[in-house]
Design a protein around this ligand. Sequence first.
Ligand code: GUN
Ligand code: ZN
Length: 432
Amino acid sequence: MQKAYRAAILRFAPDGSAQYEEDGLLVTGPDAAGRQTVLAAGPYRALAAQFPRAPVEALPGRILAPGFVDMHIHYPQTDIIGAPAEGLLPWLETYTFPHESRFSDPAYAAEVATFFIDELVRNGVTTALTFATSHPQSVDALFAQAQRRQMRLITGKVLQDRHSPDGVRDRTEQSLQDTESLIRKWHGVDRLGYAITPRFAPTSTEAQLRGAGELAAQYPSTWIQSHVAENLGEIAWARELFPHSRSYLAVYDDFGLMRERAVYAHCIHFDDEDRALMRARRTVAAVSPTSNLFLGSGFFDYAGADRVGFGYGLASDVGGGTSFSPLRTMLAAYYVGREGQTKPGLSLSPQQLWWQHTAGAARALGLEGVVGNLQPGCEADFVVLDPAATPLLARRTRQASSLDELLFALIVLGDDRLVERTVIAGAPQPRS
Ligand code: GUN
Ligand code: ZN
């Protein structure tokens, strides 16, 4: 069944620039393989006659935009958002590890997974790369909920066999067997993908990292996710534990954990050799500005990343991050980009920010042309935005005289209230 929507449409050209249609038509329907995809997007006048059989829903005043892509988030940390600590390591010890130990209980994991997916949907996030915990049942719980919504979601069992308390520490051999079983059970089923997930180098033995790298070579279409160069204390600890590696990032390379589809959160305290290594391995960064500001970790160096040329996209990093809303993350990224500016200027443009949380994030995940855009062939994951969702939004967006002004107003003033509807694989999602 085809379906068409008449509204403004925001999408992205291959070079990352935004394309905006004031009076657009988005036509969705099954492709040859039966997947719900975008069949056409463009000016209403040009397209309406080409799809006479598609029923048209008119959405006056609304904007259709790609579903957001969150490149790094922890579903088990939903309940510890906003837990303050001096920095990363005390935060992990005081709040994170004790809380994550609760996910050995499958009923608890299922309850949090349900809430988490609802919250992503309410915020317009339709694709996420998320950490689970070290308990295999936490992975089953999340995949089951995502599958129920036919959502594109990637997750994996956390590997952490040392420097971790009872309750979250796993055992080397068993952890690798569990990882392989979960890959076979879930990777490529419907829209689900598996990510091999060493928590970060300090909490894995060399044997565990080596085993993770072997699995990454054996299953090249899986993702890899971890953390790197987030916090100065963490970096000093990693250097002490792995004195033979050139840098903290190089530890992962030394164990075969840098390749395409490898996604490292933070990547703040890098030198140019680290940046060149990211580029050479086609490994990407999940930039997590609300988390970095909240935990006092530092500022992602956008200029450095662009100078050397490695890929990146945006991420919430809940619960170190402070919001599920991509609008809040984009605003924090704007602040961070400004901080790094050595010359006066606008820092990141709103079109760049939006791209980094949609088509750019999809490209970084190896999912360009699959999600994160509304070009023909993309899967039909999108949001319906109401630029008049609050009195101030209505007033400000009415006065926007360019696309940049409109997008900036949405980023600065928007949150979950802006997202009127989230559509996943062509299906409007019930909202909690
Ligand atoms: N490094 C290792 N584990 C974590 C985590 O859960 N959150 C963040 N922000 N950094 C980490
Ligand atoms: Zn994280």
